[in-house]
Design a protein around this ligand. Sequence first.
Ligand SMILES: CC(C)(COP(=O)(O)OP(=O)(O)OC[C@H]1O[C@@H](n2cnc3c(N)ncnc32)[C@H](O)[C@@H]1OP(=O)(O)O)[C@@H](O)C(=O)NCCC(=O)NCCS
Length: 380
Amino acid sequence: MSLPKDNKDSVSEPVKGLEGIVAADTTLSSVNGEKGILRYCGYNIDDLAFSSTFEETICLLYDNELPNQERLDEMTRKVGEARVLPDEVIKVITELVGKTSPMSTLRTVVSVLGHYEKNVPLKELPPKALRLVGQISTAVAIIHRLREKLPIIKADPTKGHSEDFLRMLHGKDPSDIQINALNLYLILLADHGFNASTFSARVTAGTLANLHSAITSAVGTLSGPLHGGANEKAMDMIIEVGKKKKASAYIQNAFDSKQKIMGFGHRVYKVDDARKPHLKKMAKQLWEEKGNMELFEVAEEIEKQVKDRKQIITNVDFYSAPLLYGLDIPKDLFTPLFAMSRIAGWTAHVLEQYRNNRLIRPRARYVGPIDRTFRPIEQR
Ligand SMILES: CC(C)(COP(=O)(O)OP(=O)(O)OC[C@H]1O[C@@H](n2cnc3c(N)ncnc32)[C@H](O)[C@@H]1OP(=O)(O)O)[C@@H](O)C(=O)NCCC(=O)NCCS
């Protein structure tokens, strides 16, 4: 690219997409993309996935330690108590449902919730952040109940987060396997280094804007199809393929027409995403319980057909899709559910940013013309 001479802004080559750039230190999670390992505060997610709860993950991200029973009970109670929304916020949801997507409504809900919170000093911020963890799940359930013209179901703070969410969403008690499946999903998606939405939360927090502004940025960023929106699109594809025998032609056509196949590819992982095997195993168990393996088998076939053609890794979104669909969660709630998990990481990152803040402000290389002559409007 030819650059304007004497352009002092054009000092260095940009790294497109900031690939490989390390923007800050964190003690929250580490992603080894070469080996496919994800750790939260040093604990391999392989150990956390099937043996702990989402509330334990929240403790880990907030305290940098696994909780003892007393701390876990306290966290479960606090998140449970936080699963309540101000009536005014429910009115806002009522106004918006049916007119905009659940993810847009959720972004507005987070922003509006900020009006019901006081500004507090940093040491008092964790309880405020934790309220958002509880509130987001209730908001997702209410968005769904209202648009289906179903009565809202009140939160039960005595229940675990996954169980209570499924009860508030579907209006009936979930089975143990359903609770375990959602729990696993919420654990596995809670944090993932400097992914795009976490980074946007930290950029906003880095200006010392408030917590709700930072999380509103994050929800907006997550909504895009190259980030959190990929799980919904992956499910669309699995449903569209519909039969195992149709997968080969579908995938060939996608490659021929140079389409991005949703649920595949990753900026950091060079081998399959660390979370994929757990999500796949749990999705399989859910569909076995339902006694209908057809869609799950279509997903497996799509994975095989992609891998037969190109070494593209399977990312978190691919098997999240049949897992969430197996929990009878409508497709357009998939990304809000991602937010319901990632809120643990987002809030922990915002707290980390505030504790050791420096404005995040990269530079752009200007490549347009310079020294142009200004002409008054009547001469243009
Ligand atoms: C995640 C993603 C945005 C990463 O993007 P990126 O790091 O900028 O990688 P690129 O888009 O430059 O892809 C690198 C190469 O792999 C190919 N590729 C990557 N993901 C692909 C996909 N999902 N389907 C088909 N080809 C893919 C690209 O075409 C490119 O091939 P080329 O070098 O022959 O041109 C990208 O893989 C993608 O769009 N995936 C689909 C959306 C998705 O599942 N997002 C959720 C991520 S957790």
